[in-house]
Write a protein that binds this ligand. Structure first.
Ligand SMILES: C[S@@+](CC[C@H](N)C(=O)[O-])C[C@H]1O[C@@H](n2cnc3c(N)ncnc32)[C@H](O)[C@@H]1O
Ligand SMILES: [Zn+2]
Length: 302
């Protein structure tokens, strides 16, 4: 059983008996790739032939994240998810989590494992999904965790029914709050991560003549039916002592495309770079109406 719905007609998608495809009641069919992911992105949802992160960007991100430089971000994300669980983990049932714009799955896999390990015995099962518009990213994600359902799809038209998820996240990508709110259950949580003003400031100082003033003044307390319940800022130092990892870091950020070729070259010749990690996590809760709360069947997925 999955929670997926057909991107064409929104009917429920079920696995075919040979488990090789998903199909809806209207016979729209989506095959699983050999790596195990499913492509639910329709051609009209693409703005280019190969949307999202490229193979080079995905490989750079995987290589950099595998070195553990961003482990403090993952640890904070896990702490936040564990401290704010919107469900009763002592009850059996099925919990559902979606990572929107999951990239190559470092955080998705990390949070999935941490949540599963935190549940007491005979408590809920966690069903996790990662979705990204980039096929290379999702191919790489399939190598991070086999139990997670990996999907190529759009953050703006999530192939999930309304009110179907307990927990969602979106890290370092433009957020569609209305769409996230639609798929969350009442009381469900949405964790958003954005970069802070000091994030990688040392790298930015090296590649730009001057830094733009910070214009990220957006302070959302209520957005599209979601209410901010917590904000956490984490800062940590990181020293990168490897030329190739410095290049990988640049390649996985938007600065790669913005900076001049000479700045790129100069940075790639550096053997060591100390940077600041500065990340803001914002936790939103979907407004819970009394009616829905009362109607919830404890035997249903939570
Ligand atoms: C900066 S990366 C972050 C990836 C991942 N969340 C992480 O932190 O490692 C942004 C990701 O958003 C994806 N993306 C961009 N536009 C998207 C969209 N409309 N729908 C889904 N994913 C999208 C890109 O392909 C890329 O993998
Ligand atoms: Zn259909």
């Amino acid at each position: 059983m999955t929670l997926l719905c057909c991107p064409v007609c929104q009917e429920e998608l079920t696995q075919t008996s040979n488990k090789k495809s998903f199909e809806c009641a209207n016979k729209h069919m989506f095959d699983k790739a050999k790596q195990g992911y499913v492509n639910l992105l329709l051609s009209h949802q693409k703005k280019s032939k190969h949307p999202g992160d490229t193979v080079e960007m995905v490989n750079a991100r995987t290589a950099f994240l595998n070195q553990g430089y961003y482990q403090p971000i993952l640890n904070s994300f896990i702490d936040i998810a564990l401290q704010n669980q919107p469900y009763d983990t002592s009850q059996p049932g099925i919990l559902s989590y979606l990572d929107i714009a999951c990239g190559e799955g470092y955080y998705t896999a990390g949070i999935h494992s941490a949540l599963c390990n935190s549940f007491p015995m005979a408590s809920p099962k966690l069903r996790s999904y990662g979705i990204d518009i980039s096929t290379p990213a999702i191919k790489a994600a399939t190598r991070r965790h086999k139990e997670i359902t990996w999907l190529v799809g759009s953050a703006y038209q999530l192939p999930f029914p309304a009110l179907s998820l307990d927990l969602a996240s979106c890290l370092f990508c433009r957020v569609d709050y209305t769409e996230a709110n639609r798929v969350l259950k009442p009381g469900g949580l949405f964790i958003v991560a954005t970069t802070g003003v000091k994030h990688l400031i040392e790298l930015r100082e090296k590649i730009y003549d001057s830094l733009k003033p910070d214009t990220t003044t957006e302070d959302l307390t209520e957005v599209a039916g979601l209410t901010k319940v917590k904000e956490v800022r984490i800062t940590a130092p990181a020293t990168i002592e490897d030329q190739s990892m410095i290049s990988n870091l640049l390649l996985m950020t938007p600065h790669y495309w913005r900076c001049s070729p000479s700045a790129q070259k100069q940075l790639s010749q550096q053997n060591q770079l100390s940077v600041t990690i500065d990340i803001n996590f914002t936790v939103f809760k979907k407004n819970e109406s009394l009616e829905t709360a009362k109607c919830r069947n404890p035997n249903d997925s939570l």
